[in-house]
Design a protein around this ligand. Structure first.
Ligand SMILES: C[S@@+](CC[C@H](N)C(=O)[O-])C[C@H]1O[C@@H](n2cnc3c(N)ncnc32)[C@H](O)[C@@H]1O
Length: 204
């Protein structure tokens, strides 16, 4: 997802400290709550907003494109949602600060596929990054991954054992689970085009 650079984005994010972390604090009360969920590459927020309204818990959404993050923040500001917080930045840069906290589930929705082989290390599910993501899970926690992209799906299935993790569920034809799942912008778009959705659930 490429966001058009929005001049109002950074000032808007800075003006909404109650929703958007300017940096991740050492001992934050919100992030000490349980259950705690993280979405990496949250885009414009439809998934995290939708899930936060049907599954009790506290939610942190992470997005590196600040214009996209600001669009999500604006959406949340207009709703009666108090169990979601946002942070702007790249996962790799925020990893150390995130390490102070442990999550029950980490969601990766329609991550950038980086189709060129020489860019494989940039994929969120590249095994070294997947191991870093899994290190943020509580005991028994899960990474829940969805994609429309068959190559990224196949790549992810191969990377999981390389990261010393296990696949507990996978399908290349995921029927949306209305009760326990929420739909991101990309999922809605791909389903609208009649495309298959692939899903993998990963545990330590
Ligand atoms: C293809 S979009 C999908 C957005 C959303 N998850 C959805 O399903 O509609 C991928 C998003 O992940 C973000 N992203 C990709 N790599 C990231 C990283 N390493 N750290 C944070 N955000 C990332 C991109 O900026 C983009 O907004």
């Amino acid at each position: 997802m490429r966001g058009r650079s929005k001049p109002w984005a950074v000032p808007y994010l800075q003006a909404h400290e109650e929703l958007v972390y300017q940096n991740l604090p050492e001992n934050d009360e919100f992030l000490r709550q349980s259950p705690l969920y993280l979405e990496i590459g949250m885009g414009k927020g439809d998934f995290i907003i939708g899930l936060s309204q049907k599954q009790p818990g506290h939610y942190l959404g992470l997005e590196r494109d600040l214009s996209i993050l600001a669009t999500a923040a604006k959406k949340i500001e207009g709703l009666d949602v108090d169990n979601v917080r946002l942070i702007g930045g790249d996962f790799d840069d925020l990893f150390e600060a995130l390490g102070k906290y442990r999550f029950d589930k980490i969601y990766l929705n329609f991550s950038d596929p980086w189709p060129k082989k020489r860019h494989a290390k940039r994929r969120l599910t590249y095994h070294e990054r997947l191991a870093k993501i899994a290190s943020l899970l509580k005991e028994g926690g899960q990474i829940v991954f969805k994609t429309d992209n068959p190559l990224l799906y196949a790549f992810t299935l191969e990377e999981v054992p390389l990261a010393n993790l296990k696949i507990v569920y996978n399908t290349d034809h995921y029927d949306f689970d209305e009760t326990h799942d929420a739909m991101s912008e990309y999922e809605a778009r791909f389903r609208g085009l009649g495309q298959n959705i692939h899903r993998v659930i990963i545990e330590k």
